[in-house]
Design a protein around this ligand. Structure first.
Ligand SMILES: NC(=O)c1ccc[n+]([C@@H]2O[C@H](COP(=O)([O-])OP(=O)(O)OC[C@H]3O[C@@H](n4cnc5c(N)ncnc54)[C@H](OP(=O)(O)O)[C@@H]3O)[C@@H](O)[C@H]2O)c1
Length: 345
């Protein structure tokens, strides 16, 4: 078995990693860290994992690093700047869920995250972990920067249109909605039940930190810089994320042609479903799974291509995708541990 540590395991993405890894045929979770909950049984904090036999331990990196083959870092940005080099030095492969190694240009990272990047020498080594866009670069990778939840859904939605020239790539409008677990486990006034319940609120419009990540990926595909207008929204649900992307359609584009292009682009992808013409996805149909469901429409009167992508932010948007990347990087079956179906209603 491949020995795995989940650092930040008491947080939302960390415990989701543990949930999936417990049923993985090749990985064995040997350590789950939490400073706040050290010494506490994992199933005492999260009874849904009853009987798992794990206990949270202090994030003692030197001790952990010598005893694991793989480290999943489910920690806030800046925390991974210190953790990643230490795990890599020990020979472990690292799958970082934070934003610390996603942006190739350190100055862009430093401007958006308002901090100094203390390990810039690793930025060129870090592979962006979106398998449907760059599977080959993940094979054998030692450091994978797992994408953010909004970028995952948005890039999967927009990429085929740009690649196939179905739309003009220079101005991309993204209207996206996320459940509250996207903000992590710590409570804030904005994520308090009374703030979120029965309300839909845009936030950080034009200033959300996932914007440069979306711009980076889509500019690379377009071959020139793209502009992205990004409006995230908080919606009253626990998990799930829907990103709707609006692009100026090329002249004469029909819904039928657009849907066919998306089908062709994602044919053979184990986790992607492109819905037939006339059907749009819902977060409900992907809940608890590593799937991304995509719907494609053309508003011919408005000359607009509209693509919606639904994912579970805690699975395809974070922990599940990190495991998908690990499967590829370690030469395992890409779908290992990830084919579980979610609830139907
Ligand atoms: N939530 C999502 O939908 C989502 C999706 C994609 C990516 N992400 C990214 O994934 C990361 C984790 O997100 P989350 O939502 O799981 O956050 P979270 O619920 O706040 O959990 C983060 C955990 O990290 C631990 N931690 C903090 N500083 C640490 C350090 N220096 N060393 C070791 N552990 C540390 C904390 O546990 P202790 O203090 O107890 O150790 C905490 O439980 C973030 O970078 C986030 O941006 C989140």
């Amino acid at each position: 078995m491949i020995r795995v540590a989940v650092v930040g395991g008491a947080g939302y993405t960390g415990i989701e990693l543990v949930r999936i890894l417990l049923d993985h045929p090749e990985f064995e979770v040997v350590a789950v860290t939490s400073a706040a909950d050290a010494g506490r049984a994992v199933d005492d904090l999260y009874p849904a994992l009853s009987g798992c036999g794990l206990v949270f331990e202090e994030p003692d990196v030197p001790g952990l690093a010598c005893s694991v083959d793989v480290a999943f870092l489910a920690v806030p940005h800046t925390a991974a700047l210190d953790l990643v080099p230490r795990f890599l030095d020990s020979g472990a492969k690292v799958f970082d869920l934070s934003a610390d190694f996603r942006l190739k240009d350190r100055t862009v990272y430093e401007a958006w995250y308002e901090t100094t990047h203390t390990a810039p020498h690793l930025l060129s080594e870090a592979v962006y972990g979106l398998p449907e866009l760059g599977r080959d670069s993940l094979r054998g990778a030692k450091l994978v920067a797992c994408p953010g939840c909004y970028p995952t859904a948005t890039i999967l939605a927009a990429a085929p249109a740009i690649e196939a020239g179905l739309a003009l790539p220079d101005r991309i409008v993204v209207d996206a909605k996320s459940g509250v677990s996207g903000a992590g486990r710590s409570l804030t006034a904005a994520t308090h039940y009374a703030s979120v319940n029965e309300a839909v609120s845009p936030y950080k419009v034009g200033s959300h930190r996932h914007t440069p990540e979306i711009v980076q990926a889509l500019s690379e595909i377009a071959g020139s810089p793209v502009r992205v207008a990004f409006a995230p929204h908080l919606v009253p649900m626990t998990r799930g994320l829907l990103s709707t992307v609006y692009l100026e359609a090329t002249s004469g584009l029909t819904a039928r042609d657009a849907v066919e292009a998306y089908h062709n682009r994602y044919s053979g992808e184990p986790f992607i479903t492109v819905h037939p013409e006339g059907r749009m996805p819902s977060t409900r149909e992907v809940a608890g799974t590593n799937r991304a469901h995509i719907g494609v429409a053309v508003d011919e009167a408005a000359g607009t291509l509209v693509i919606a992508c639904a994912i579970d932010n805690l699975v395809k948007g974070s922990g599940g995708q990190a495991i998908q990347c690990a499967n590829i990087a370690l030469g395992l079956d890409e779908t290992a541990g990830l084919m579980t179906r979610g609830p139907v209603v």
